[in-house]
Ligand binder design. Structure first.
Ligand SMILES: [Zn+2]
Length: 545
């Protein structure tokens, strides 16, 4: 506390000049009279009294506005993203290796749930879990030419163990194709073993040279990679479609993210892929974030690693390999970016780190016991709950804190509620408070969780609305991209011969050709927006991270 001494006539009068107190919370600049001619002891006592007064709920309720998160996501996205990561305690960037960060409980709890939904879905679709070593010998890397070219600049190498320098460098896996497929060659024998479907959850390491951004691009991230071997190209294509469906079922239906799957142009394929399909999510700043991608690999891969099988006709054949990589920590970024607002985070119900917070208005025995009782009832029904027992924060402060953290439902529990056997419930999606009968809590939570997700989904889906615009002239392309939109244009080709035009898009418009729609073949009706040659494709152009 800061107090000032003001001399008036011959009396010494003391005032508090309240500036900012307690954990960054601001209270209006205001003076509180403490008394005149006070001794040191009296002054201390008066100071304590004033403390109490300021912190009492009466004053606090008026002031709580100043402790809201309060950054406009649409207007100032970059600031919003940086601040929410700190304030909601998602990641601590102070770890002392550049490009690496510490994931904190609030993000890990959500990401654990995200893993669970994806892994469950993959296992339902007959992918078997594996845990592969983190280290990959250099020679494995060199087997497929495109792959080594694409990944070498990003590899962290382990060159010694203790005092022993290794004869062969070992890579910290940037992705695990070259680890899985040498084992595939040992495990797969006959057509009866196919399709051979695996996955692992793992952390991977990439020496990113572009600026790193927490969750979106860091040098270590957490993901799932699936690797499958198939008899025919047709089977591989079916697998890629299944992967896109999985993305829809989990990222779309559970994480409530809107995205568009594109087939990437030939110059933007995964290193070593024959075809690449990737989901793009749109950020409020108009930039696209690549989320899961799924690939059919060149058969050089299977050939190089000797992934062959004896077919029904007794002939030895080379398998077709597919791989799919949903990056949990990166998807988490899209979850918070897409659903968050000026008050902070909003989590889809099923992956919220905690689904309900109970805030007893006073921390007396009766109320805290009741809170514990409610927690038990909810948890028995698979609803995750936390009780806020912090005795330093006022209720108003707690309300805003949990709204910022994105807890879907808040139960406010006061004496009155207890007497009337009622609960006051706040919903983060609609920002509304409502009183319900205590005995209806479970029913209410179950029903509301569904409405809640519907609301989030509806809001998220509106992100892409009016964001895609048909463009015919190069001059208009730039304007539309500057507005943060995606342009749909006629384009000469997504094979090698179109790459020159894509380079012009990159250099002059500072945007990228994201590809053609993966699920729908669109017919072009005019000329390439860049070179004017007859168009073979309809492509989408946007900015990305
Ligand atoms: Zn062209």
């Amino acid at each position: 506390m800061v107090f000032t001494e003001i001399k008036e006539r011959n009396k010494k009068k003391y005032y508090y000049r309240v500036k900012s107190i307690r954990k960054g919370e601001k209270v209006d600049k205001k003076r509180i009279y403490l008394g005149a001619n006070l001794s040191k002891q009296e002054l201390e006592k008066a100071e304590k009294e004033a403390d109490k007064k300021i912190l009492s709920d009466k004053i606090s309720m008026k002031k709580t506005k100043t402790i809201t998160f309060g950054i406009d996501k649409e207007k100032d996205f970059s600031e919003w993203f940086t601040q929410i990561i700190q304030k909601a305690e998602l990641a601590d960037m102070r770890y002392n290796v550049k490009g690496f960060l510490v994931f904190q409980p609030w993000s890990v709890l959500a990401m654990e749930k995200m893993y669970k939904f994806l892994e469950q879905k993959l296992q339902e679709k007959n992918h078997n879990p594996h845990w592969f070593p983190t280290l990959i010998p250099e020679k494995n890397f060199k087997i497929e030419g495109e792959h080594v070219k694409g990944f070498t600049p990003e590899v962290f190498w382990v060159t010694s163990g203790g005092n022993m320098k290794f004869e062969e460098k070992l890579a910290l896996r940037p992705t695990s194709e070259t680890a899985f497929y040498q084992m595939f060659s040992l495990w797969i024998r006959s057509w009866k073993d196919l399709p051979y479907k695996t996955y692992q959850r793992a952390n991977v390491f990439r020496y990113e040279t572009k600026a790193t951004r927490p969750f979106l691009r860091s040098r270590e991230f957490h993901w799932i990679e699936t690797h499958c071997a198939h008899k025919t190209l047709k089977d591989a294509e079916a697998q890629v479609n299944e992967d896109m469906k999985t993305t829809e079922e989990v990222l779309g239906d559970v994480f409530l993210l809107p995205f568009i799957f594109f087939e990437r142009p030939s110059w933007d394929k995964f290193p070593g892929a024959y075809r690449t399909f990737a989901a793009d999510v749109l950020n409020p700043d108009g930039r696209l974030v690549q989320q899961p991608s799924t690939h059919i690999l060149n058969q050089d891969f299977a050939e190089g690693f000797n992934v062959k099988f004896k077919d029904e006709d007794e002939k030895e054949k080379v398998a077709w390999i597919t791989c799919y990589g949903p990056a949990i920590s990166r998807i988490f970024a899209s979850v918070i970016i897409v659903h968050g607002d000026g008050k902070g985070l909003k989590f889809p119900w099923k992956i919220a780190p905690k689904q309900v917070v109970i805030v007893p208005i006073n921390l007396d025995k009766q109320l805290t016991e009741k809170a514990g009782e409610l927690k038990k009832i909810l948890e028995k029904n698979n609803i995750s709950v936390t009780i806020d027992l912090d005795d330093e924060k006022r209720p108003g402060e707690k309300f805003y804190f949990w709204e910022m953290k994105g807890v879907p439902l808040r139960i406010e529990l006061g004496k009155k509620e207890l007497q009337n056997k009622e609960l006051t419930i706040y919903r983060r999606d609609t920002d509304e408070k409502k009183k319900i009968k205590e005995k209806k809590l479970l029913k209410y939570a179950e029903r509301t969780s569904q409405e809640y997700d519907k609301n989030l989904k509806k809001h998220a889906d509106s992100l892409f609305k009016n964001k895609i615009q048909d463009i015919e002239k190069k001059e208009d392309l730039k304007a539309v991209i500057e507005e943060g939109k995606i342009a749909r244009v006629n384009f000469c080709s997504i094979e090698k011969e179109g790459e020159k035009c894509a380079e012009i898009v990159e250099k002059e418009i500072n945007a990228e050709v994201r590809g053609t729609l993966a699920n729908k073949k669109e017919k072009p009706t005019g000329k390439c927006v860049i070179c004017g040659k007859p168009a073979k494709e309809v492509v989408y152009v946007g900015r990305s991270y």
